[in-house]
Design a protein around this ligand. Sequence first.
Ligand SMILES: C[S@@+](CC[C@H](N)C(=O)[O-])C[C@H]1O[C@@H](n2cnc3c(N)ncnc32)[C@H](O)[C@@H]1O
Length: 328
Amino acid sequence: MSLFNFVDLDPPQDRFLEDVWQGLSRKPKTLPPKYLYDSSGSQLFERICQLEEYYLTKTEIEILARHHKDIEDLLEPDTSLIEYGSGSSVKIRKLLDDNPKISAYVPIDISKQQLVSAAREIAHSYQNLDVIAVCADYTTMIRFPDFGKIMDRNPAIFFPGSTLGNLDESEARTLLQGCRQLLGDRGRLILGIDLVKDPAVLERAYSDKKGVTAAFNKNILIRINRELSGNFDLHNFSHVARFNDRFQRIEMHLIAARPQEVTIHGRSFHFAKGESIHTESSYKYDLKRFEQFILSCGFELSAAFTDPRRYFAVCALKACPAVNIKTA
Ligand SMILES: C[S@@+](CC[C@H](N)C(=O)[O-])C[C@H]1O[C@@H](n2cnc3c(N)ncnc32)[C@H](O)[C@@H]1O
């Protein structure tokens, strides 16, 4: 009989308020993208994945379907596969199917409802797999009672969706160095990254005709209104996605249509007409530069699998002898 466990390390509500107050006090105003994902945000993201313009999900799934055996070859027997930002746990199925090497699956996500239901479905589909679902912010140190048992097997991390691209370079380095520390010298990291391409393709992907991405972006304001006693008027903000050439990233913004005051848990914020809240960045990578970057995080590239258009890459990373990186 396999194990199913749910560990709740959900970040506390006062942290959300603090982050929102802090972000809206900055110039330019920002909100951390992790707060886009409550239950409604996760449902909207699933609809984004189905959109014709959003090539990322389809392309990564195609790559995983084509190369799952190559990836399996890189894993050790009795592997615990830890997934960062597991969402609906759809992509992991490409690695779990017909793969006797994976004995435990640890999905980690901040969006609790979706995490629990997706993890239960996985446990139901793969009856010999131990599943431990962890609701946590993966940018913080994650430890839980069964953690040792998981790490006693051969740990590997799966981090798909180019979710790494939501972090700026120094945040991404800190996260990957944390993965290196967690995995130790024997660790494998399977990482999905979106590649640099025609900005028109990118802007279409983040600004679809049906307005689903706009709804996803504005959902953060609905969430602030509901959970933090905010009074954002959604009609006063519009969604904009644009490619920032200098930083090689798509930026999502919410732009104020008119001057206004917004109150959140008793604290007031002024918006000028046209002022933006920067809600998400999605960095796009050049494979050669990425290979250099991961070296500074204690990893080297074993293989990079791409699609025929070279839109997306699934990279297999292995721990390299650490340069100034402490191992666990
Ligand atoms: C871009 S979606 C990708 C979902 C899925 N992995 C995929 O590839 O389709 C990002 C996922 O990461 C989760 N997430 C974002 N920031 C997070 C954080 N700091 N800690 C834990 N989960 C996070 C979101 O809830 C969401 O499920």
